[in-house]
Design a protein around this ligand. Structure first.
Ligand code: FMN
Length: 370
C-alpha cells in the first residue's frame, strides 16, 4: 500500500480545518510547520508528501476570503527547504500545465530531484477556475478539453527536456578542460499545438531520469492523460466500493492500452480520516468541523462548483438544478453533485452537507486502517 500525505489547508483537508486544534494557521509561512508535517509523515512510513496548490485566492465570494485559509507558499521553494530535514520521503509539487511553461517546470522539478537526491515528484493539474486564468493574461480559463491537450503536450516536452543530456555527457574534467561532450547533448526542437521549445535543458538528466508524475483529474480527458503518462493518480476516495473498483480497473486498462504495464500506474484514493478514541468520538469531530463552517461558506462552495450563484435560493426547500449546461471547472465534483440530485431529493442545506462530509472517513485508528 502506498500512502501519500496531502497538504493543502492547514490542519486538515477541509475549508475550515485551520480552526481545529493543531491547525496552526499563524504558522503557514514558517518552515517549521512544514518540517513537522514532513518529518511526521516520513517517520510514519509515508511514501511522499504531496503539496497541493492553486494559483489564485478564492475571492469569488466574500465568504471565501473571510473564512478560508487561502494563502500558502509556492511549492518549489518550500519543498527545496524540506530536502534538508528529510531523508527518504518523496516530495511532490503541484504544477499547473495551463499556467506554466514546460521549460520552467522541467528545470524546477529536475532541480528538486537533484537537491533531494532523487525524491522529486510533480502533480499535474490543469487548473479549473477563471480566477486563475485572470492572473495569466486571460479572461476565462481554457476549455476543459484544451486544458488536457495542453497538459499532455506539456508532459511530452518536459520528458523531452529531461533527455537533453545523455548520462555521462556532463563530466567536468579539470585536467583537459572538457566540461561536457557536445555529442551527448540533444536539442529538442519541439513544435506542437501549444508549445515551441528548442532546448536543451540547462540541467543534466535528473537522478530519477523522470521524476514521478502524479495526476488527479478523473474526467474522460483526465483519465486518458493519466493512462498514458502518470505513475500515480489521485482519485476521489468516497465512492462506494463497486464504483471504486470500476474506476481502478479503468485506469489500469488505460495504462495497458497505452503500452504500459498495469503496475506502472498506481491508483491512490483520496481519504480524509477523522480519528477518535471511539467511533462516536470520531463522528462528533466531524460534527465539530461542520459546526466550525459557516453555512454561507458551504453554500458558496456549492455555488462555485455548480458555476451559479445560489445565494438567493431557499436553503430548506427541495433543490432543483438544470445540469444540461455542464461545467468548465472540476467535472468530477460537478458530476458527483449531479448523481446525488438525480438519485434523491435534497434541500440545498442537505446537499452541501453531504458533499462536504462525504470525503471524511471517521473512526478509530483501527477502523480507518481496516
Ligand atoms: C486528491 C486530489 C488532489 C488535488 N489537488 C489539486 C491541486 O493541488 N491543485 C489543483 O488545481 N487541483 C487539484 N485537484 C483537482 C484535479 O487536479 C482536477 O482538476 C480535478 O480532479 C478535476 O479534474 P477533472 O476535470 O478531470 O474531473 C486535486 C484532486 C484530487 C482528487
Amino acid at each position: 500500500m502506498i500512502l501519500t500525505a496531502m497538504l493543502f489547508y492547514p490542519g486538515g483537508e477541509h475549508l475550515t480545518s485551520w480552526r481545529l486544534p493543531g491547525g496552526r494557521p499563524a504558522d503557514y509561512l514558517s518552515v517549521g510547520y512544514y518540517e513537522d508535517f514532513a518529518r511526521t509523515a516520513e517517520r510514519a512510513g509515508f511514501a511522499a508528501v504531496f503539496y497541493a496548490d492553486e494559483l489564485y485566492v478564492w475571492d469569488r465570494f466574500p465568504s471565501g476570503v473571510e473564512h478560508v485559509a487561502n494563502l500558502r507558499p509556492e511549492p518549489f521553494g518550500l519543498l527545496g527547504a524540506l530536502t534538508r530535514c528529510t531523508e527518504r520521503i518523496g516530495l511532490v509539487a503541484t504544477v499547473s500545465t495551463t499556467y506554466n511553461e514546460p521549460f520552467h517546470t522541467a528545470r524546477q522539478v529536475g532541480s528538486l530531484d537533484f537537491l533531494s537526491s532523487g525524491r522529486a515528484g510533480w502533480n499535474l493539474v490543469t487548473s479549473a477556475s477563471d480566477e486563475e486564468a485572470r492572473n495569466f493574461g486571460l479572461d476565462r480559463n481554457l476549455d476543459h478539453a484544451a486544458r488536457y491537450r495542453r497538459g499532455a503536450e506539456f508532459v511530452e516536452v518536459v520528458h523531452g527536456l529531461w533527455d537533453s543530456w545523455d548520462d555521462g555527457a556532463v563530466a567536468p574534467d579539470v585536467a583537459s578542460g572538457r566540461y561536457a561532450d557536445p555529442a551527448g547533448m540533444h536539442v529538442l526542437d519541439h513544435e506542437g499545438e501549444f508549445f515551441r521549445v528548442r532546448g536543451p535543458l540547462n540541467l543534466p538528466r535528473p537522478p530519477q531520469g523522470r521524476p514521478v508524475l502524479f495526476q488527479a483529474g478523473s474526467s474522460e480527458d483526465g483519465r486518458r492523460l493519466a493512462g498514458r503518462h502518470a505513475e500515480a493518480v489521485f482519485v476521489p476516495g468516497s465512492a462506494p466500493l463497486p464504483g471504486a473498483q470500476r474506476l481502478y480497473e479503468d485506469y489500469k486498462s488505460r495504462a495497458v492500452a497505452a503500452g504500459r504495464a498495469r503496475s506502472d500506474l498506481l491508483v491512490l484514493p483520496a481519504l480524509s480520516p477523522v480519528l477518535g478514541a471511539t467511533t462516536a468520538q470520531a463522528r462528533e469531530r466531524v460534527d465539530e468541523i461542520e459546526a466550525l463552517t459557516p453555512d454561507r461558506l458551504s453554500l458558496d462552495w456549492l455555488s462555485h462548483h455548480l458555476g451559479v450563484d445560489l445565494s438567493d435560493r431557499p436553503l430548506d426547500e427541495e433543490f432543483r438544478f438544470d445540469f444540461a449546461g455542464g461545467s468548465n471547472q472540476v467535472q468530477t465534483v460537478y458530476e458527483g453533485i449531479r448523481k446525488l440530485v438525480d438519485r434523491d431529493r435534497f434541500t440545498l442545506r442537505e446537499l452541501y452537507r453531504v458533499m462536504l462530509r462525504r470525503r471524511f472517513l471517521p473512526g478509530t485508528p483501527e477502523e480507518v486502517a481496516d
